[in-house]
Design a protein around this ligand. Structure first.
Ligand SMILES: [Zn+2]
Length: 228
């Protein structure tokens, strides 16, 4: 089975129904703020739809909400990390506190793959929770820069950050390099609209400020984010 690359659809699910506020900018500060949020959300949506690295990162967070099968891990690595040319195929997958799983013979390591993916997901979610916190430490963006898991690329038509993970990196750091490459190019935009569930790590993007106290649609956990 090949994973369907539908994370862009996932990421913007529910966004298509959003409408730009048509209230006049002369209607007051509240209306101006609404228009500002709607505009920045449209800018964010355009970025998200054209970012293969974000698509891979969001798909990881989407599919690892259940135990990951070995063939799903190898398919994800190939489609979202190796095929775009960001990293060579690793011989093994690593995560702190989990058994190292060699890709050769991975089909027999179902339990270990599920445990490793779960740990990676938790570590990624913690990094994203820090990113959307009121006083973020900025850990994962700084770590991606200092350890060169992202690189600046200048092409004919555009310049920007690209993921540059290494085969020996932890799986969570590979995923975070995909997030970092996209977020570094528009951190304020992401910080304004990204929300993360403190319980399950679900990542979502909100145009409107959600009512405070509204729970995660997946697990009813507490939603964190500056969009709230
Ligand atoms: Zn949740």
């Amino acid at each position: 089975m090949v994973l369907v690359s539908n994370s862009s659809k996932i990421a913007v699910a529910g966004l298509r129904s959003t409408r730009l506020s048509v209230r006049s900018e002369t209607s007051g500060p509240g209306a101006r703020a609404d228009v500002g949020r709607a505009r920045s959300f449209l800018a964010l949506r355009a970025r998200m739809l054209s970012s293969p690295s974000l698509a891979g990162a969001l798909q990881f967070m989407q599919v690892t909400t259940r135990p990951w099968e070995p063939h799903e891990l190898t398919a994800w690595l190939h489609e979202h990390v190796v095929a775009p040319g960001w990293m060579k195929a690793p011989r093994a997958v690593r995560e702190p506190g989990a058994d190292v799983v060699a890709l050769c013979g991975i089909e027999d390591r179902r339990r270990e793959v599920a445990a490793l993916a779960e740990r990676a997901r938790r570590r990624v979610a913690l990094a994203l929770l820090d990113f959307v916190a009121p006083n973020p430490e900025g850990g994962f963006l700084r770590a991606a820069l200092y350890s060169a898991r992202v690189r600046w690329s200048v092409a004919v038509d555009r310049a920007g950050w690209l993921p540059a993970p290494r085969e020996s990196d932890f799986l969570s750091d590979v995923v975070l390099s995909l997030f970092a490459a996209e977020i570094l190019s528009g951190a304020e935009l992401y910080r304004s609209h990204m929300t993360v569930c403190a319980a399950c790590g679900r990542v979502a993007f909100a145009q409107e400020a959600r009512p405070r106290g509204a729970g995660c649609p997946r697990c009813d956990g507490e939603i964190k984010g500056q969009a709230l």
